[in-house]
Design a protein around this ligand. Sequence first.
Ligand SMILES: Cc1ncc(COP(=O)(O)O)c(C=O)c1O
Length: 437
Amino acid sequence: MSTNLEAYWMPFTANRQFKANPRLLAAAKDMHYTSHDNRQILDGTAGLWCVNAGHCRPKIVEAIQKQVAHLDYAPPFQMGHPLAFELAERLIKMIPGNHFDRVFYGNSGSEAVESALKIAIAYHRVRGEASRVRLIGRERGYHGVGFGGISVGGIATNRKFFGSLLPGVDHLPHTHNLEHNAFSHGQPEWGAHLADELERIVTLHDASTIAAVIVEPVAGSTGVLVPPVGYLEKLRAICDKYGILLIFDEVITGFGRLGTSFATEYFGILPDMITVAKGITNGTVPMGAVFTRKGIYDAFMESTPENAIELFHGYTYSGHPLACAAALATLDVYEEEGLFQHAQELAGYWENAIHSLKDLPHVIDIRNLGLVAGIELASRPGKPGARGMECLESCYETGLLIRTTGDIIALSPPLIIQKEHIDQIVEILAGVLQKLI
Ligand SMILES: Cc1ncc(COP(=O)(O)O)c(C=O)c1O
């Protein structure tokens, strides 16, 4: 390859390993990438959980092209542009029940999370409960890479290099348990009681010090951890009991991944805030957002004089015109093509296909929900992650993009996927797993 790869310090990547054997994606269309050596790679991960409508969709591409030639940028502080308002209204209406009424924009999942955590603490303060500053996350949670996100997140490698993080953070236990739940189809039966740990945390710190609990309804990045039946309901009930805000981080589960607009709809549980990113623009232009339920915005308005800024937070690119144009076109595509419905209809086929890999070598668990699946492989003794990485490399060589976290394979294809693509994913994976040592 002629390109010099050295100058780019790649994120979350084994740089030296990658640069010795690079995997460069040169183009993309619908369900496929084209690799730099001109091979078609079936996208089993919607990019990085974000290209839900498939790649280079003409409507979205054209909307971005048109927008950049028309209004390239508008400052979001004390100024606005029409698309940001139009999009906010449209997003809010996607969630049934008229429960959410405001949208705050950032540029990524990480920024959405930082914004939500700050809004939670500030919300209690403007209501006169300034002692509520603690944030509760969960082990194995991933909430991006800001200091707030890694503090409430539960992944040791993402935390241990970065000092003492935010003070006043505690964690719920994760819900992953192979002994009880291996090879569950959909939501596991065992584990709702783990939500009761929140009671213990409240007893320890006192409710008057706790601002919010943040969880991914389905944990994605740590290997697809599906919530046990009744678990999220319990979290909601305990938060209600103690006046704690519940934040669903839907950066992955939002925009059709489970066959509904958001996980909140899938599970029938309404959090106080939802963080989104990724699928909001189909991965084309960076964008993140926080949805807040009725009453949160009002609390800021009621406590601040009309001519004063109510929330001292925001980004130069909050509600960027290109992101808004991309998002509006993306929502059109989701709607016009019925992609969430399509995902729902295919979920059963997906589940059966993925679980057919059960008896292959190294497979110790398979889990799924909507169009997401996790396949957990036994780690090689003394070499955690090695088998997973080799699996990723072999799949890529064979024409399939998968994602791995350690030795767990995560799959989350674009929602335009058809049955023959699912068959192909399973066939390639089966072939790779059979040869993997
Ligand atoms: C649940 C969740 N929250 C936050 C993030 C961070 O998003 P970003 O990488 O856009 O900052 C991710 C990314 O995968 C995520 O899965």
